[in-house]
Design a protein around this ligand. Structure first.
Ligand SMILES: [Zn+2]
Length: 94
């Protein structure tokens, strides 16, 4: 049998117990190659790079449709990166 409640706990008691239950935001590193958020010490799922080297050939695993979409995305990103130097992104890298 589980424990049987003998006395009602106050709101304060309940709230103190729950004060430790909040979820913390997971820490995310930023991929050096594609500037996306990645789990630290993990290969980037988007570009397959880790520590400046290509570890997984991501494009080989994609279907034709996905490949086309990915190539378009990368072109757009390169254009955006070339035209505007975002001070926020620069500060994150250093
Ligand atoms: Zn990446």
């Amino acid at each position: 049998m589980g424990g049987v409640q003998v006395k009602r706990h106050t709101k304060g008691k309940r709230n103190r117990r729950r004060s430790h239950l909040a979820l913390k935001k997971t820490f995310l590193a930023i991929c050096q190659k594609c500037d996306r958020e990645v789990l630290p010490h993990r290969v980037c799922a988007h570009c397959g790079f880790y520590d400046g080297k290509e570890v997984i050939d991501v494009m080989a695993k994609l279907t034709k449709k996905e490949k086309k979409r990915r190539e378009k995305e990368e072109e757009a990103e390169q254009k955006a990166r070339g035209s505007e130097l975002n001070p926020e992104k620069l500060s994150k890298k250093t």
